[in-house]
Write a protein that binds this ligand. Structure first.
Ligand code: UD1
Length: 343
C-alpha cells in the first residue's frame, strides 16, 4: 500500500513540483489548497505530467473542521509537507496582521490536526531569510538567526520556533525545517512553474516576463554592493532539486527512532551568483537580449547570501543536480508555454 503525504499549498509553485517528486518516489500525494494565491493551472499541469488526477481537497489550513475532515477521509496519510503560507515580503510589510494570522494559525491548526490523527512526520517550508545578512559566508545551519526584516520573515522564524518547542514537549512529532535559498526554474515539461499574480517581485519571473515582452524592462536593484560586479549575490536552486529535498526529508524522518525529533537543513546549491550573472546566463540560454537598466538598491535587500550545503549533502544524502543554466532554460520554456496558452 502506498503511503499518502498531505501537501498543503500543493497547487502552488514549490508544492506542485514536490507533488511530482513524491509520485516519482512512490508516495501518494494529497493536495490541500485554498487557491487564495493559485488557480487550477498547476492541477491541470500535474495531470498532464502524471497522467492521473492527484487527490485534491479545496479548503483552508486554518479551518480545523476542514483539516479534521481531510485526515478522516485519508487514513493512509503518514506525513505532512506544509507549504501553505503567504510569501510576499513587500505585502507582509503592508499587511502584517494578515501574515501573522494566516502563517501562524495554519501551522498551529495543521499540527493540532496531525496530533488528533496520529500523524507524526512533518516537513516545513522555511527560508534562508532567517539568517538576515550573515556575518560570514557561506551560512551553515549554526549561523546565528537574526531578527526578521519583514513580517513574512518573522513568521518563518516563529514557525521554526513553534515546531522546535512542539518537538521538545515530547509530542509524537518528527519534524524537519528546510531553509530554502532562492528557488527558480520549472518542471522540464514546462506545464507547471512559477505563476506570479500581477507584477513579479522575484528576479527570475521578472526576467522571463521582460524577455517575453510583458514587462518593458528589468531593473537590476543596485550595482554598488561589495561583490564582483556590484550586484547582489544569491544561491539559486532549481525547483525540482528543491522538490527532491522534501522526499529525502521524509525518508530521513522514517529513519528516526525517537518519537519526538527535530532538525533543520539549508537547501541550496552552495554556489552564489550575482544578479548580473543571472541576467547573462539567461541571455545565453534563451538567445534573447534582455532590456535591463541598473537602478537603485531595493530597501531590505541583503548584499549576499549562499548556503553551506554540507549537512544536507551528507545527512539527507541530497545534492543539487541541476545547473543555473538548466533552471533558467526551464523557466524560459515555462514562460513560453504560458504565452502559448494565452495566445
Ligand atoms: C526573497 C526573500 C526570501 C523569499 C523569496 C521568495 C528576503 C531577504 N528574501 O528573496 O525569503 O523566500 O523572496 O519569495 O526576504 N532583483 C532585481 N530586480 C528585480 C527583482 C529582484 O535586481 O526586479 C534582485 C534582488 O535585489 C535580489 C535578487 O534579485 O538581489 C533576488 O531577488 P528575489 O527574487 O526577490 O529574492 P530575494 O529577495 O533574495
Amino acid at each position: 500500500m502506498k503511503k499518502s503525504i498531505m501537501v498543503t499549498g500543493g497547487a502552488g509553485y514549490i508544492g506542485s513540483h514536490t507533488v511530482v517528486a513524491l509520485v516519482e518516489a512512490g508516495y501518494e500525494p494529497v493536495i490541500v489548497d485554498n487557491f487564495s494565491n493559485a488557480d487550477h493551472t498547476a492541477i491541470k499541469g500535474l495531470k498532464t505530467i502524471l497522467g492521473f488526477d492527484v487527490k485534491l481537497y479545496e479548503g483552508d489550513c486554518t479551518d480545523m473542521a476542514f483539516m479534521r475532515s481531510v485526515f478522516a477521509a485519508e487514513k493512509d496519510i503518514v506525513g505532512v509537507i506544509h507549504f501553505a503560507a503567504f510569501k510576499a515580503v513587500g505585502e507582509s510589510v503592508q499587511k502584517p496582521a494578515m501574515y501573522y494570522e494566516n502563517n501562524l494559525d495554519s501551522l498551529l491548526t495543521v499540527i493540532k490536526a496531525m496530533g488528533e490523527a496520529d500523524v507524526s512526520h512533518f516537513v516545513f517550508s522555511s527560508s534562508c531569510t532567517v539568517y538576515g545578512q550573515p556575518e560570514s559566508l557561506p551560512v551553515t545551519e549554526d549561523t546565528p538567526k537574526q531578527p526578521a526584516e519583514s513580517p513574512y520573515g518573522a513568521t518563518k522564524l516563529m514557525c521554526e520556533q513553534i515546531i522546535e518547542d512542539h518537538c521538545k514537549s515530547g509530542a509524537a512529532f518528527k519534524a524537519v525545517a528546510l531553509r530554502y535559498f532562492n528557488p527558480i526554474g520549472a518542471h522540464p515539461s514546462a506545464v507547471i512553474g512559477e505563476l506570479p499574480l500581477g507584477v513579479p517581485a522575484n528576479l527570475v519571473p521578472f526576467i522571463t516576463q521582460t524577455a517575453a515582452g510583458i514587462r518593458e524592462q528589468l531593473t537590476v536593484f543596485g550595482n554598488d554592493y561589495d561583490t564582483q560586479d556590484g550586484s547582489c549575490i544569491r544561491d539559486y536552486i532549481h525547483v525540482m532539486d528543491l522538490a527532491d529535498a522534501h522526499v529525502k526529508a521524509l525518508s530521513y524522518l522514517d529513519e528516526q527512532t525517537n518519537t519526538s525529533f527535530h532538525d533543520v537543513f539549508n537547501v541550496g546549491t552552495g554556489q552564489g551568483n550575482t544578479v548580473l550573472e543571472v541576467v547573462g546566463a539567461f541571455q545565453k540560454v534563451s538567445g534573447v537580449k534582455l532590456n535591463y537598466v541598473i537602478g537603485s538598491r531595493r530597501p531590505g535587500d541583503i548584499e549576499k547570501i549562499y548556503a553551506n550545503a554540507d549537512k544536507v549533502n551528507t545527512v539527507l544524502k541530497w545534492q543539487a543536480k541541476r545547473s543555473l543554466e538548466e533552471a533558467l532554460c526551464d523557466a524560459w520554456a515555462w514562460q513560453e508555454h504560458l504565452g502559448r496558452v494565452k495566445a
